[in-house]
Design a protein around this ligand. Structure first.
Ligand code: FPP
Length: 233
């Protein structure tokens, strides 16, 4: 890979699992299965390249409204990778943080997610945030309610600390696969100055080289955060 400026924090909207599978005349659940495997591959490559914070959108609050059969298949994948095959998570050598409303999940899954956070708590260096039953609007509303219940006004910094991402730096770069061009209720507050990248590849086929191409595009972006470059004054 060329010498590039890396994002400190990269986030992925892993879209296209279902379509990838259906195009191969396979059930949608097969797409999710291959999607998780690709999640491990892409996250490992991010850490290998030197990106220290990775966030993935594994399950949105809206995804839970899908047909029960698909939701159950997704839950079974969670059971596999957070329990039976949890060594796959440990192989990433990252501290794992789960973001989202865990209360609405089946109790066994909730316990597994809490367990993986505890098991990896001591790992420093790499951080993987996995968003599960996550929705940005409800995250913001919850933060507002927390501020109200504390009876105090907030500023941008103290408000940020009330979000589930807490003191984490905002994502520098958000990559969405699957050809759709939207954020779908993902990190809406945190994405204020994120660079966005949309790939036509479906998530299961988004390769290490695709990731590198995306990072090269990020590296070429001019991030001004609302400011103006001196030569354009
Ligand atoms: C979007 O594809 C993807 C999802 C709804 C789920 C993504 C989840 C994973 C990759 C698994 C995460 C699991 C673990 C264990 C962390 P889609 O179904 O919306 O695809 P489509 O747009 O082609 O229908």
């Amino acid at each position: 890979m060329k010498k590039v400026k890396l994002p400190a924090h990269i986030a992925f909207i892993m879209d296209g699992n279902g379509r990838w599978a259906r195009r191969r005349f396979r059930p949608r659940g097969y797409g999710h299965k291959m999607g998780v495997q690709n999640m491990f591959k892409v996250c490992a490559h991010c850490f290998h390249l030197g990106i220290r914070i990775v966030t993935v959108y594994a399950l949105s609050s809206e995804n839970l409204k899908r047909p029960k059969e698909e939701v159950d298949e997704l839950f079974d994948l969670f059971r596999t990778y957070f329990s039976r095959k949890k060594e796959k998570m440990f192989e990433l050598n990252a501290k794992i943080n789960i973001l989202g409303d865990l209360t609405a999940l089946p109790e066994d899954i909730r316990q597994m997610l809490i367990g993986i956070m505890e098991d990896t708590r001591g790992i420093t260096g790499n951080l993987l945030n996995i968003c599960v039953n996550y929705g940005a609007r409800s995250e913001i509303v919850r933060a507002v309610n927390a501020a109200v219940s504390y009876g105090r006004f907030v500023d941008e910094n103290s408000f940020k600390n009330l979000l589930t991402t807490g003191g984490l730096p905002d994502p520098d770069f958000i990559v969405r696969t699957g050809g759709e061009v939207r954020l779908s209720n993902f990190l809406l507050y945190q994405a204020a100055y994120s660079e966005l990248y949309f790939s036509h590849k479906m998530w299961p086929e988004f390769s290490r080289r695709d990731l590198e191409r995306a990072i090269e595009a990020y590296s070429a972006r001019d991030r001004r955060f609302g400011n103006v470059r001196e030569e354009n004054l």
